[in-house]
Design a binder for this molecule. Structure first.
Ligand SMILES: C[S@@+](CC[C@H](N)C(=O)[O-])C[C@H]1O[C@@H](n2cnc3c(N)ncnc32)[C@H](O)[C@@H]1O
Length: 261
């Protein structure tokens, strides 16, 4: 993998899916060392609260297995394993450097028996149908140009009645917040990132990919069209991040599930 440091990448709205995937692989191979630190610092530790919110909404009723798609350094996997001691977690990512960083954290927490990381593509998950109670993706779907295929794959591998959790940053629809957020994303964030990261261009990409991601209502509709039921969206931190959840049609939910939501 080439590890160049770019000042800026072309906008995701102007490139092919193949080029987008190449850029994503390049970025996540070069930012790995500082990835966790910058995530926490640039989001003022909100990313931790957002993942925690998603983890709280998970339910493990049948297989007690979670799939963390585009797991990166395994933060979602680790948080879920800590909250639900009865579950096993599989994380999948196509960048080995991210997996290696995640594996170190898993080893440090002595969780390698319960959390397995594998290298693979979200567009072709190497798992049988109906394997997991929950499939989650945190800040990954924006980086997958063929997001419909990725969601279809997540639908395939969860059990009927199982759920997906999609945590993603979005561009606020409120005009004042939009201006402030635009300035933060495009002017402040890349300069901060430049001080700490080998690849400041990655943070221009971050801004660009957030601005080009579908609005929450549109994303919810995409999930419904794919076949998820009871699609819900949760607005987090003034709407700069949303959690979307959906259920795979099939088994009725056991009594009491609604109260847990
Ligand atoms: C912004 S990081 C998110 C990492 C982690 N989920 C988190 O919460 O911090 C996005 C991750 O998606 C991975 N990724 C993007 N497209 C992918 C694909 N098609 N298959 C597997 N991983 C992918 C990248 O390698 C990167 O590690």
């Amino acid at each position: 993998m080439k590890t160049t440091c770019k000042e800026k990448y072309p906008s995701v709205s102007t490139i092919t899916q193949t080029e987008h995937i190449r850029i994503v692989k390049e970025i996540f191979s070069t930012v790995t060392k500082r990835y966790d630190f910058l995530n926490h610092f640039l989001s003022m530790r909100r990313d931790i609260a957002w993942r925690r919110f998603a983890v709280k909404k998970m339910h493990f009723l049948h297989t007690h297995r979670l799939l963390d798609v585009a797991c990166g350094t395994a933060d979602l996997a680790l948080m879920a394993a800590a909250r639900y001691p009865e579950i096993n977690v599989t994380g999948i990512d196509f960048v080995q450097a991210m997996i290696d960083a995640g594996q170190k954290k898993i080893n440090n927490k002595d969780l390698s028996v319960r959390i397995k990381l594998v290298r693979g593509d979200a567009l072709s998950l190497p798992f049988n149908d109906n394997t997991f109670d929950v499939a989650g993706i945190a800040f990954g779907i924006r980086n997958i140009p063929d997001r419909i295929s990725a969601l279809e794959e997540m639908l395939r591998v969860i059990v009927p009645g199982g759920r997906i959790m999609v945590l993603e940053m979005t561009f606020s629809r409120n005009s004042i917040l939009r201006k402030l957020y635009h300035t933060y994303l495009n002017r402040i964030l890349p300069h901060l990132a430049k001080r700490f990261s080998m690849n400041a261009g990655a943070y221009y990409y971050l801004a660009d990919s957030i601005m080009n991601f579908p609005a929450p209502d549109e994303f919810a509709q995409i999930m419904e069209e794919i076949g998820f039921e009871q699609v819900k969206k949760y607005r987090l931190t003034l709407g700069i991040t949303y959690l979307h959840t959906g259920i795979k049609p099939g088994l009725p939910h056991p009594p009491g599930l609604q109260q847990l939501c």
